[in-house]
Design a protein around this ligand. Structure first.
Ligand code: ARG
Length: 463
């Protein structure tokens, strides 16, 4: 005889119920209830297919469908009583269905296992998140395009080693992130296309002897096709790992931009002013306006990449097919998804609201001998001096300016001719910051005309 407290879904061979600690370590209902809508969608597709193939009667399928809709509304309205003893969302839903419709509920699990069921539910959940990430990325890219358009010709310093390198344009800098988030967008779309195969009907691991129609359930759930190997279908968590690695790379991009915003909004840089809506104050220092949103976005990559690493380690070395280890996939993905979406939305909000301080950008663009390369290039182009020699002459002039505490355009023609006799007055036409950026017309370069061409290309791509 079965003990009263043994599991009502699988307790047939058990004489006693689980230890409390066993129940605690085994249960996933605390978090996998987030997949309730996906679980019910999967069950509805499965029941309709079982009726269409004659495995169950239409009457049973109708009862199951109605009952599942009732369960869904109970969950959505918050009246559903989740039970830890019932382990997970799959058994919680099925047990409640049984309470509502009785015997037909027991036919729903025909030709199916929790192994293909959980793989299906989780895929549907991750797929929704990829769609949300696509929307979030598109919104962020559009916000960056607007910033780039407004400031296609605002000059600012470009950095290497965080030392002033050459002047660039604000638009060019914004468009660098458009390229990064654009690649993230394409990774999201690739991942979605690759993962969109239905595990449903793989059953426990070997398929089923019932005459099921996997194409029917696949198409009902918006999958492109059923997965082609039942062992793989129940064991595959690549889709979750691709989600996490795509999220990690995007979070890394977000963190780089966030870091720049932290630096740029400091009193020392004053390149941008973040809006009050995306800043916070200090409880002790009244003058402070802190870029907390940027700092938190900068940090999010830690937990998202952590989730990626954690699930990699869970999956590493698992023999085929399903192992309970795989239940440890969900919390990582849920947490990473929540934080990725939040970071995308916060970054979009900050980018939309921020104001570039055009004067500070321009003043910084001209400092630090940022047009030294232009001087050297001029000697190569006009005087036909080899670049290495021109580099040396320019270095001498930079040292001279540094010693006098002035900028390159402040040196006199005589000063310059003292270092290289061939230099003429014409040199001063390339020393201005505007001249410098306008001259960088190579494809992908910082010249405003190039930046505008790239903005137009992106606008067309996205339309
Ligand atoms: N809660 C389980 C999970 O998330 C569902 C699958 C259970 N399958 C099994 N054979 N015990 O992985």
């Amino acid at each position: 005889m079965t003990d009263q407290s043994s599991n009502q879904m699988w307790g047939g061979r058990f004489a006693a119920g689980p230890d409390a600690i066993m129940e605690a370590i085994n249960a996933s209902i605390g978090y996998d209830q987030r997949m309730a809508a996906q679980d019910i969608a999967g069950s509805r597709a499965h029941a309709a297919m079982l009726a269409a193939t004659g495995v169950i009667t239409d009457n049973d399928a109708d009862a199951i469908r109605e009952g599942l809709l009732t369960v869904l509304s109970e969950i959505e309205s918050g009246t559903f009583q989740f039970s830890t003893a019932l382990e997970d969302i799959h058994m919680n839903v099925e047990a409640r269905l049984k309470e509502i419709i009785g015997e037909p509920a027991g036919r729903l699990h025909t030709g199916r296992s929790r192994n293909d069921q959980v793989a299906t539910d989780f895929k549907l959940w991750v797929r929704d998140q990829l769609d949300a990430a696509e929307s979030g990325l598109l919104a962020l890219i559009n916000a960056l395009l607007s910033q780039a358009e407004a400031g296609a010709d605002w000059v600012m310093p470009g950095f290497t080693h965080l030392q002033t390198a050459q002047p660039v344009t604000w638009g060019h800098h914004m468009m660098a992130y458009v390229e990064m988030f654009g690649r993230d967008l394409s990774r999201v779309r690739d991942a979605r296309a690759r993962m969109n195969e239905s595990p449903l009907g793989a059953a426990a691991l070997a398929g089923t002897s019932f005459p099921i129609d996997r194409d029917m359930t696949a198409s009902a759930l918006g999958f492109d096709r059923p997965s082609a190997n039942s062992l793989d279908a129940v064991s595959d968590r690549d889709f979750a790992l691709e989600f996490l690695s795509t999220a990690s790379i995007c979070a890394m991009h977000l963190s780089r931009f966030a870091e720049e915003l932290v630096i740029w909004s400091s009193a020392q840089f004053r390149f941008v002013t973040l809006s009050d809506r995306f800043s916070t104050g200090s409880s002790i220092m009244p003058q402070k306006k802190n870029p907390d949103a940027a700092e938190l976005i900068r940090a999010k990559v830690g937990r998202i990449f952590g989730a990626n690493t954690a699930l990699m380690m869970v999956m590493k070395g698992l023999p085929l097919a399903y192992s309970k280890d795989m239940q440890e996939d969900k919390e990582q993905v849920f947490d990473a998804a929540d934080n990725w979406m939040l970071a995308l939305a916060a970054m979009e909000g900050m980018v939309k609201d921020m104001t570039a301080n055009v004067d500070s950008l321009a003043a910084a663009a001209g400092s630090g001998f940022s047009t030294a390369t232009d001087l050297a290039d001029w000697m190569v182009r006009v005087l036909k001096v080899p670049f290495r020699d021109a580099h040396h002459v320019t270095g001498t002039l930079v040292a001279m300016a540094e010693q006098r505490g002035c900028d390159l355009p402040d040196l006199s023609l005589e000063d310059m001719q003292g270092v290289h006799a061939g230099i003429t007055q014409d040199i001063f036409t390339v020393l201005g910051v505007e001249n410098s950026v306008n001259s960088r017309m190579s494809y992908g370069g910082t010249a405003p005309a190039q930046v505008r061409a790239q903005i137009a290309r992106w606008r067309e791509n996205l339309a």
